[in-house]
Design a protein. Structure first.
Length: 46
């Protein structure tokens, strides 16, 4: 069996990965701080 993979990452895919990583980090922080799900979080990025 042979498998071919396309390892080229488009700009759109790279940006999506960054957004997912930010969301994961925020959710991790919320969990550590024991914030309820319904509590809003304001996030400012530079």
């Amino acid at each position: 069996m042979t498998v071919a993979l396309n390892t080229v990452i488009s700009e759109e895919l790279q940006q999506e990965g960054v957004v997912r990583e930010i969301i994961r980090a925020v959710q991790d922080y919320r969990k550590k701080r024991d914030f309820p799900i319904e509590k809003r979080v304001n996030l400012f990025l530079r």
